[in-house]
Design a protein around this ligand. Structure first.
Ligand SMILES: NC(=O)c1ccc[n+]([C@@H]2O[C@H](COP(=O)([O-])OP(=O)(O)OC[C@H]3O[C@@H](n4cnc5c(N)ncnc54)[C@H](OP(=O)(O)O)[C@@H]3O)[C@@H](O)[C@H]2O)c1
Length: 249
């Protein structure tokens, strides 16, 4: 009988996802690595202490990505954790449609296509290897908490991710299956995506990944990365829109 257990990271070719794949492998998981850049995924896989499985996918090709995820489920030991981390974001003050469309395609359509496929898998699996049926982790952002004049689509896409995952948690409470849903909301992390002109409280991808891995191990519902970002999220919720506007413009 196999005791190996699997975790999948979608968006594992760089930044937070690559660092998180490493954390999960160090925790003993065999790791499925998915994204578009195959060579980078292979390099990440070769550096891990456990077996890695590479799946090249573009999450905007939703049917192909859902099939790729299903192939990983079949190829790997029982998959207990799926992390949906793939995301794009660019400043777009001029509201150009092409970058806005791409952001929606990756962060909303792609995310939702793989979240539904993951829940479907966890609710129908017969290979349960732990006391739970599975664990879905979505990488949202503190950006989910406010409208951003410089990147309105990005922040709105992350609001979708956070609200969607909250909905899944509510839905889960009335299901017979025991699937854990974790929302991760990072502040600034030092990756290719960090475009802010004056970033502050910037975490390294390794620090972010270590905190996300801890939240996964503890089965948390929600985590800010790093923890101090909850103050910013709370402020954006508490302040009137007119004050928030002065802060973001
Ligand atoms: N960096 C920050 O300050 C920050 C803050 C809050 C939240 N986040 C979130 O953290 C997540 C990871 O971002 P990061 O900062 O680590 O940036 P990153 O290094 O650019 O990582 C983005 C990942 O998403 C994958 N990806 C992008 N488009 C994809 C597509 N169409 N299909 C499949 N995979 C795709 C990329 O792989 P390929 O290009 O190889 O496909 C890459 O692995 C994102 O969801 C981002 O919104 C980041």
């Amino acid at each position: 009988m196999t005791t190996a257990r699997g975790a999948i990271v979608v968006g594992a070719s760089s930044g937070i996802g690559a660092a998180l794949a490493r954390e999960l492998a160090e925790d003993g998981y065999e790791v499925g690595l998915a994204a578009r850049r195959t060579a980078r995924l292979e390099a990440v896989g070769e550096s891990l202490p456990t077996q890695a499985y590479v799946a090249t996918m573009d999450v905007t090709d939703t049917e192909d990505a859902r099939s790729g995820l299903a192939e990983l489920f079949d190829a790997m030991p029982p998959v207990d954790v799926v992390v949906l981390n793939a995301g794009v974001g660019d400043s777009n003050e001029e509201l150009d449609w092409e970058p806005a469309r791409e952001t929606i395609d990756v962060n909303v359509r792609g995310f939702c296509a793989l979240a539904t496929a993951t829940i479907d898998h966890f609710e129908s699996r017969t290979d349960v290897s732990s006391d739970r049926d599975g664990h879905l982790v979505g990488i949202s952002s503190v950006a989910a908490h406010f409208g951003n004049p410089g990147a309105p689509t990005y922040n709105a896409s992350k609001a979708f991710v956070s609200t969607y995952l909250e909905g899944l948690r509510h839905r889960q409470s009335s299901r017979e299956t025991d699937v854990t849903i974790t929302t991760v909301e990072p502040g600034f992390v030092d990756t290719d995506m960090l475009l802010a002109e004056e970033p502050f409280w910037v975490a390294s991808p390794e620090t972010a990944a270590a905190q996300i891995a801890r939240a996964i191990a503890r089965g948390r519902n929600h985590v800010y990365v790093t923890r101090r970002w909850r103050v910013i999220a709370w402020l954006f919720k508490a302040l009137p829109e007119s004050v928030v506007r002065r802060l973001v413009t």
